[in-house]
Write a protein that binds this ligand. Structure first.
Ligand SMILES: NC(=O)c1ccc[n+]([C@@H]2O[C@H](COP(=O)([O-])OP(=O)(O)OC[C@H]3O[C@@H](n4cnc5c(N)ncnc54)[C@H](OP(=O)(O)O)[C@@H]3O)[C@@H](O)[C@H]2O)c1
Length: 316
């Protein structure tokens, strides 16, 4: 299955408020008008009383847009490996719940949000069977995984292949701040096995946008704490990104970060909560990085002193 050529991550976890729906809908319509054709969400996005809210909103936006008719828009969701989902049947029910919230009969991509191999290994096989079941039942066109490391990725690929289920994608944190040996290994495994790598948090949670500096105002909560640790060490990288952006008209640091991910063969899913940010990010489609620029960015990124925090569920 061909995945989208460009995508929008729809996590809606940070700073989401009910009053934002109108702008998010405008953002969705703008994105599809510009050829963005893959939208990533998850059944766990939206917390507390907003549980499932991201899928519900996307469902409403699709229903009220032209997307449904043209079939041009691919919706990818991630099904959580919650502790109460321990059988393939429960995983199938979870997928049906996502389809209901999204108002769809079939998903383009159903992804296992994380592996339980690190803390409940006996349950991992049931999740793999659940993934195969949603494919066999035609609830999804393709299946993928998220937060899988290279070795676990090879194992599930072998297992699903033996069951006649193609593994289409692997979604991991991948950016100029998350490009260590493990990411490179995952990228190589994906290339070797024909799995599409999807890059989440391609803007380093916002640190690779040029919007934040070590001495300026930082976001509230844990994101701010993380930024305080990492931003001081990435000034040379941000400076080079700014210089690359300035050589093009209407370009930006965010576009450089996104284009670096595209040049690595990934499909980046930048999160954007405002139309202004979405327009900026989509601008990256109009240009690409030169090899010398890639070399400079890679060299500076390798010198960043503090490593980016990784998902606790990320396996080896
Ligand atoms: N599979 C997983 O476990 C997993 C985990 C995390 C994320 N994801 C997926 O990846 C998507 C994106 O990741 P993410 O939101 O964590 O990180 P990200 O894309 O690296 O950063 C997004 C943040 O950067 C800021 N931003 C975006 N565009 C900007 C622009 N043009 N100029 C200035 N600031 C801009 C916004 O934050 P502010 O406006 O607040 O600064 C936005 O919330 C999510 O929506 C989700 O679909 C998946």
């Amino acid at each position: 299955m061909g995945l989208g050529t460009w995508a929008w991550g729809n996590q809606l976890l940070w700073g989401y408020e009910e009053g934002m729906d109108g702008e998010l809908q405008e953002l969705f319509n703008y994105a599809i008008s510009k050829g963005v054709n893959l939208f990533d969400t998850a059944d766990s996005y939206g917390t507390g009383r907003l549980n499932g809210r991201s899928e519900q909103l996307l469902g409403r936006f699709i229903a009220e847009s032209s997307a449904r008719k043209t079939d041009d828009v691919l919706i990818a969701t991630k099904l959580a490996a919650y502790p109460w989902r321990v059988t393939p049947g429960q995983y199938v029910s979870a997928c049906r719940g996502s389809l209901r919230r999204l108002g769809l009969d079939q998903l383009a991509l159903g992804q296992l949000h994380w592996s339980v191999a690190k803390y409940a290994p006996p349950l991992e096989r049931a999740l793999w069977d659940g993934l195969a079941a949603i494919y066999d039942e035609g609830l999804v066109k393709a299946v993928g995984v998220s937060n899988y490391g290279p070795r676990q990725l090879e194992k599930i690929h072998t297992y699903l292949t033996e069951r006649g289920v193609p593994l289409a994608s692997a979604q991991v944190q991948f950016s100029l701040l998350s490009k260590g040996p493990q990411q490179q290994d995952i990228r190589d495994v994906c290339q070797g096995l024909g799995i599409q790598l999807i890059a989440y948090s391609p803007l380093g949670l916002g640190m690779l946008t040029g919007k934040y500096s070590a001495t300026g105002q930082l976001p509230k909560g844990p994101r701010g704490l993380l930024f305080r640790q990492i931003l001081p060490g990435i000034q040379p990288l941000l400076g080079a990104m700014q210089a690359i952006a300035e050589e093009r008209t209407k370009s930006s640091v965010s576009q450089v970060a996104i284009n670096w991910c595209i040049a690595q063969g990934t499909i980046p899913i930048p999160g954007a909560k405002t139309l202004k940010n979405a327009k900026d990010n989509i601008g990256s489609l109009s240009w690409s990085l030169k090899q010398a620029e890639m070399d400079e960015l890679n060299s500076l990124a390798d010198k960043v002193p503090r490593a980016m925090i990784q998902n606790v569920f990320q396996t080896s």
